[in-house]
Design a protein. Structure first.
Length: 257
């Protein structure tokens, strides 16, 4: 039986800002339908690695592949813009601070990219927006502006906006860390529903309970390297590396304060 080909394949990723090396030769393979959590202290390179997948934070060295396409190709500017716009249609991303357009309604936020990038009609785009807002429980807010929404509602709209492009993989960069504790669960529930649909997801998170209950694999990053990885039941209950143990111990102590 042949081994399944990785869906997302990061090969020897390296990222430096001047003398500061943020990612140090990281290789990571994620398979279709797999849900991977990346945990670790602030400044460990988690978000940089995630943002490299759609070339928002271009690598200094190494390659990122999505199926058979190299994401971070070196091309003349105009060709690169065309290439990366096509690639990004397959990669949905949800940011910590929502990144909604404040002057647009929820409907307009969601329909903008499908109309611009896929050239679909207003009617099709509206149907798509309604479908995704139903999925995240926000259909009744379709004509609200972001200023009229809570943080949790904004994040659910941001997820719907990403899903409207029908991506093959979803990236979540600390999607709940800017939310009040009582709003975290409503966003987690949407992500859990996506997991049940076997959406391929890579999630940078501080939510250890979520990572343990939803993810197939957990990576612990520190100082620009993947220190340890494994199934959540192993990572959270029987980690092998001292740095992983210390991080989880400290995180548990902080959570219990």
């Amino acid at each position: 039986m042949t081994e399944q080909k990785p869906f997302v394949d990061i090969r020897h990723a390296q990222k430096s800002y001047g003398a500061l090396e943020v990612l140090k030769d990281i290789s990571l393979q994620v398979h279709r339908g797999e849900i991977v959590a990346i945990i670790g202290p602030s400044g460990s390179g988690k978000s940089t690695l995630l943002r490299a997948i759609n070339d928002l934070d271009p690598l200094s060295g190494g390659e990122v592949w999505l199926e058979d396409t190299q994401v971070n190709k070196t091309l003349p500017h105009r060709q690169y813009e065309k290439h990366i716009n096509q690639v990004r249609q397959n990669i949905g991303m949800v940011f910590q601070h929502f990144n909604l357009f404040h002057h647009l309604t929820v409907r307009e936020n969601i329909t903008l990219a499908p109309k611009l990038l896929k050239g679909i009609s207003d009617e099709e785009a509206n149907k798509l927006a309604e479908e995704q807002l139903n999925k995240v429980g926000m259909i009744e807010r379709i004509d609200y502006y972001p200023s009229q929404l809570s943080g949790g509602q904004k994040q659910r709209v941001a997820i719907a906006r990403a899903l409207a492009m029908k991506p093959k993989v979803m990236l979540f960069d600390e999607a709940t860390s800017a939310l009040d504790p009582e709003l975290v669960e409503e966003v987690n529930q949407v992500m859990k529903a996506l997991a049940e649909e076997h959406m391929t997801m890579i999630i940078v998170t501080h939510e250890m309970g979520f990572a343990e209950s939803v993810c197939d694999r957990v990576l612990f990053m520190d100082q620009g390297v993947v220190v340890e990885e494994g199934p959540p039941e192993v990572m959270f209950r029987n980690p092998q590396n001292e740095r992983t143990k210390n991080f989880l111990r400290k995180h548990l102590a902080d959570a219990n304060k």
